[in-house]
Design a protein around this ligand. Structure first.
Ligand SMILES: [Zn+2]
Length: 496
């Protein structure tokens, strides 16, 4: 049997399988029962909360040959095909990769063809906010006057990016984060069906991490089941790739002490160990929350130790800053840089707000305690991190001019400059070579093992492509020349 990820294997197949979305499945089931579906739905909500699963169940139920009480039978030909994702009248489109006006026109043209096997022709458009404006307009016309057999199910995580004209034509369902109890319950069912077990606190930790997303929870669970038959807390922490507590405390203590060097060194060390910036920020917030509780005497131990030397204003400010960074990181393609500059910002209380004076005094006191200012009492305290590195980076515009040339050296040089401050990929880019350049086709190679591996990583190639496009103004086609040391042969693999 072909391998299927747990979250696919255990994807809900009936409305009654859906967890944590209250009335949504009831309403949809009743619409199926009455054979009165809306012509356009919009499912809005965070990732992993069941939007796509619900859309698939709705589509299957509408085209089921023997629906029972609004539920699909799962047995008939149409249900079987729908379960295998091969039902001809259910058309799934990922707007993230099909966002052009041609795709939307294609829908408009083909919608007039009658459904082949079922009663309805159902279009499920995922990540619909990714459609281009012209694609929206083409789609809008279709949704305005659809044939009676057409049903559109649009799904998105980003309500704000949707045009009102689309929203106003759809029946809207808001999907909420699934509560932790429901996620734990589902994980227990899945474990039981594959003959494995887990400690309660371990499952609670996974549920807490997944933040209301069933898919994330099942993905983590799956990794744990590969390692152990009984999943315990240690397994979960290992799989989640959390930084160890002592490093996080060290980082926060350094922030408290305005000790820029230790803060940045610790941050670098944690990120170098492969911890995701987003995970680290979550951990920092969790720890800060405990430090704040310790500062009012509600908690003891190591947290009280960190709280002891931390004045309330600066502690609160740190929490706000880190929480704000967490939000901004979600929208950024360079979360590590954001985190680094947030930490540096916290070292610069002079530059911020009304409470600046009090914070500045606190900072001076800390620096005197550390001995950083003792040698130069006449000059204002300066630390190596006082100047954010952004200022020393050449302006993007200047880089564009310098590296815009089509010559290999200029392109590579510009690329390395642009990526120099990237904590994640800077070193990798530095190890790259361009083996050929023709038109917008660029072939990369490297002697470096890590760089060779990274060249197989789609995400990295994406970052590379963006950086080059910024520089040259056109999207490149990236190829990778693989060098196989043992055989000495070279083959070229087309990625784009
Ligand atoms: Zn059926």
């Amino acid at each position: 049997m072909a391998y299927k990820a747990l979250y696919r294997e255990y994807r809900p197949r009936r409305f009654s399988d859906l967890r944590g979305q209250g009335m949504i499945s009831e309403i949809l089931k009743n619409q199926v029962k009455a054979q009165e579906p809306s012509h356009a739905y919009i499912f809005i909500g965070p990732r992993g909360t069941g939007k796509t699963s619900t859309a698939k169940i709705l589509a299957m139920a509408l085209n089921c040959l023997h629906p029972k009480d609004g539920e699909p039978c799962l047995e008939c030909e149409n249900c079987q095909e729908a379960l295998a994702d091969s039902m001809i009248d259910i058309i799934e489109i990922d707007a993230a990769s099909n966002n052009s006006v041609e795709n939307a026109r294609d829908i408009r043209d083909k919608i007039n063809l009658l459904p082949v096997k079922g009663k309805y022709k159902i279009y499920i458009i995922d990540e619909v906010h990714m459609l281009s404006d012209s694609a929206y307009n083409a789609l809008l016309k279709t949704i305005e006057e659809p044939p009676s057999y057409a049903v559109f199910v649009l799904a998105t995580t980003e309500l704000n990016k949707l045009p009102k004209t689309i929203l106003s034509r759809c029946q809207r369902f808001d999907f909420k984060n699934i509560d932790e109890g429901a996620i734990v319950g589902r994980m227990q069912e899945v474990l039981a069906s594959i003959g494995k077990t887990a400690d309660e606190d371990a499952l609670a930790k996974i549920a807490e991490y997944s933040d209301g997303g069933m898919r994330d929870a099942l993905t983590v669970l799956e990794k744990c089941t590969i390692i152990k038959d009984n999943i315990d807390m240690e397994t979960v922490l290992g799989v989640l790739n959390y930084a160890d507590d002592s490093s996080v405390r060290q980082l926060l203590s350094a922030v408290r002490d305005y000790d820029g060097k230790t803060a940045l060194d610790t941050l670098q060390r944690i990120l170098d160990a492969g911890i995701e910036p987003s995970v680290l920020v979550e951990q920092m917030m969790g720890t800060l929350q405990k430090v704040i509780r310790a500062s009012v005497g509600a908690l003891g131990g190591g947290y009280a130790e960190i709280a002891k030397g931390w004045d309330r204003a600066s502690l609160t400010k740190t929490m706000e800053k880190i929480a704000d960074t967490d939000c901004r990181m979600r929208l950024s393609t360079k979360p590590a840089i954001l985190l680094e500059s947030a930490i540096m910002d916290l070292m610069l209380p002079e530059a911020q707000g009304d409470e600046a004076l009090a914070l500045r005094i606190a900072k001076l006191e800390k620096q005197i305690a550390l001995g950083t200012t003792a040698a130069r009492p006449a000059t204002p305290p300066r630390m190596s991190v006082d100047t954010p590195p952004e200022k020393s980076v050449p302006k993007a515009a200047a880089q564009k001019k310098a590296g815009a040339g089509k010559d290999t050296a200029g392109l590579l040089e510009g690329l390395k400059n642009a990526m120099a401050k990237n904590l994640l990929y800077g070193d990798i880019v530095n190890a790259l070579e361009i083996s050929s350049l023709s038109g917008n086709k660029i072939t990369f190679t490297s002697e470096n093992k890590t760089a060779q591996l990274m060249l197989e990583d789609e995400k990295f190639i994406g970052v590379l492509r963006n950086a080059i496009e910024k520089q040259t103004g056109e999207a490149p086609v990236i190829e990778v020349e693989k060098t196989s040391e043992s055989l000495g042969d070279i083959d070229v693999e087309i990625i784009d």
